[in-house]
Design a protein around this ligand. Structure first.
Ligand code: CP
Length: 435
C-alpha cells in the first residue's frame, strides 16, 4: 500500500493533452471551423446563449445545470415515475407533448441513451424519428452536416445528437440561434454524447441516481429508513444528500465524457471531494481544462493511481462515499496507444469482490455502461451486491430525460399541478416514493 497525496493536494500527472476545444481540428471536424471562435470561449460566456429567460433552450454541457435546476428536474422525474405506474397518470403524460416531434440523430453507436430518449419521448407523447447511419442520408451526396441539421429543424421540434465529433452539438446550437436571430425556424438541441468531450444528460441521470441513493429511503416502502439511523451509528459523519461526500472516479478519466460532465455537476455541491483513480498517463488522466475548472470552483480534487493509495490515512477504496467506474475507451485510441497501454498495469482499474468488501456499506457503485466484458472493469459477480447501482442508474435515465424534455417544452408545471391537485389525493401509497 503506498502513501499517496493528502486530500488537499493533487499530484500533477504527466503533461496532459490539451482540451478538445484546443485540439487541431481533424479533417472530419472542418465543418465546425465556422464556429471555432464561439467554441473557444470560456464555458461561462456561453451559458446565456443556451437558455431563454430562466428556461433551458439547448443542453450542451454539464456546467449549464445549477443546483436548483438539478433539484427541480429530480422532483419532476420522481413525479413522472409515480404517474407512470398508473393508467390515469400515463394517459395524462402521453397527451402533454403529442403535438411535438423529435429527431434522434445518433451517428455514433448507442444503446442506453438512444433507447431511453426514445422511451422518454414516448412517455410524453412525442413522436420520434431517427438517423443512425449517415450513409442513408444525403450527407453521402456531399450535403454538409449543418444543411442536414437545418433540414431536421424544418420537420422536427427538437434534435437530439450523439456524435463522435466533440463540438458538433454545440455548433448546432449556435446554428439554431443564428437561424432564430434572422427570423428562421429554430429548435432546441440536446447533446447526447459528443466525442470525448461531454455527455450532459448521462450526468443528469448519474446525479439523479446519487440523489435517490443518498436519501437512504427504504427500498420496499420508500419511506424514511431505519437503516439510515443504523448507518449513522457506523458512520457518524454520514448525512443525507450529495454534499460533503467523497466521490471516486476510476479508469479512463481523460477520455471519459461522462466523467467530465458528472464532475462538473458535482462541483455544484458544497464540500465534495473528487478522487480520480487513473494510470499516470497523459491520455488517461484528468485533463487540464477540467482540473482548472474544478479548482476554480473550489472543488477539492485528488489524483491517485490505485485504490490502495492512501489519502488522509485511509486507502482510497475505504474512503469513498460513491464510486464511478468507467471502461478504457479504446475507440478513442490514437496510433501507438495500443502499445503504450500494453505496458501499463491496467488490472488496477478493475473492481473485484475483494475491493467491494472494503467499501463503505452504503457506497453506491455506478458505471455509465457499456462495461467492457473483455477488460472486466466490473465483473458480473458484483451485480447482486446492493451497492451495485448501474442497472437502476440506466433506468433512471428514462425518468430524468423525460423530466428534461418536459422542462425544455415548458410542461413541467403541468406535471406538478396534475400530481399535486389530482393525483396525490387519490394515490396516497405512491406518494411515499417521493418523500
Ligand atoms: N451510457 C451511455 O451513453 O450508453 P450508450 O452509449 O449505450 O448510449
Amino acid at each position: 500500500m503506498s502513501t499517496g497525496p493528502s486530500l488537499s493536494s493533487s499530484h500533477k500527472p504527466a503533461t496532459a493533452p490539451p482540451p478538445p476545444a484546443d485540439s487541431t481540428f481533424t479533417r472530419d471536424e472542418l465543418d465546425l471551423l465556422c464556429y471555432e471562435a464561439r467554441i473557444r470561449r470560456p464555458e461561462r460566456e456561453k451559458l446565456p446563449e443556451l437558455q431563454r429567460a430562466e428556461q433551458l433552450r439547448h443542453v450542451i454541457f454539464g456546467g449549464q445545470f445549477s443546483l436548483a435546476l438539478l433539484e427541480g428536474l429530480a422532483q419532476t422525474a420522481d413525479k413522472i415515475r409515480v404517474l407512470s405506474k398508473n393508467r390515469s397518470g400515463r394517459d395524462f403524460l402521453i397527451q402533454l407533448l403529442h403535438h411535438k416531434r423529435a429527431m434522434l440523430y445518433f451517428t455514433q453507436p448507442s444503446t442506453r441513451t438512444f433507447l431511453s430518449f426514445m422511451a422518454a419521448c414516448q412517455i410524453l407523447g412525442i413522436t420520434c424519428n431517427e438517423v443512425r447511419d449517415p450513409t442513408t442520408s444525403s450527407e453521402t451526396k456531399g450535403e454538409t452536416r449543418f444543411d442536414s441539421l437545418r433540414m431536421f429543424s424544418s420537420y422536427f421540434d427538437l434534435i437530439i445528437i450523439r456524435s463522435k465529433l466533440a463540438k458538433l452539438a454545440e455548433s448546432c446550437a449556435y446554428l439554431m440561434n443564428d437561424l432564430e436571430s434572422t427570423g428562421n425556424r429554430s429548435v432546441p438541441i440536446i447533446n447526447a454524447g459528443s466525442g470525448a468531450d461531454e455527455h450532459p444528460t448521462q450526468a443528469l441521470l448519474d446525479i439523479y441516481t446519487l440523489q435517490r441513493t443518498f436519501q437512504f429511503a427504504d427500498r420496499q416502502t420508500s419511506t424514511a429508513s431505519p437503516r439510515f439511523a443504523e448507518l449513522q451509528h457506523s458512520y457518524p459523519q454520514l448525512t443525507k444528500g450529495l454534499t460533503n461526500k467523497v466521490y471516486g472516479f476510476c479508469g479512463d478519466i481523460g477520455r471519459g465524457r461522462t466523467v467530465r460532465s458528472l464532475a462538473s455537476l458535482l462541483g455544484n455541491y458544497e464540500g465534495v471531494t473528487l478522487i480520480f483513480i487513473a494510470p499516470h498517463d497523459p491520455t488517461l488522466t484528468l485533463r487540464e481544462d477540467l482540473r482548472t475548472r474544478l479548482v476554480e470552483r473550489g472543488v477539492q480534487i485528488v489524483e491517485v493511481e490505485s485504490f490502495d493509495d492512501v489519502v488522509q490515512g485511509t486507502p482510497v477504496i475505504e474512503l469513498l462515499d460513491a464510486l464511478y467506474m468507467t471502461r478504457i475507451q479504446k475507440e478513442h485510441n490514437a496510433p501507438g496507444d495500443d502499445e503504450k497501454f500494453a505496458a501499463i498495469d491496467l488490472s488496477r482499474y478493475k473492481l473485484t469482490p475483494q475491493l467491494v468488501a472494503r467499501m463503505k456499506t452504503y457506497a453506491p457503485i455506478l458505471h455509465p455502461f457499456p462495461r467492457d466484458q473483455h477488460f472486466g472493469e466490473i465483473p458480473p459477480e458484483i451485480d447482486d451486491d446492493p451497492r451495485a447501482m448501474y442497472f437502476r442508474q440506466a433506468r433512471n435515465g428514462m425518468w430524468i430525460r423525460s423530466a428534461l424534455l418536459a422542462s425544455i417544452f415548458g410542461v413541467d408545471h403541468q406535471i406538478d399541478q396534475f400530481f399535486n391537485d389530482e393525483y396525490r389525493e387519490r394515490h396516497h401509497d405512491d406518494d411515499r416514493i417521493i418523500t
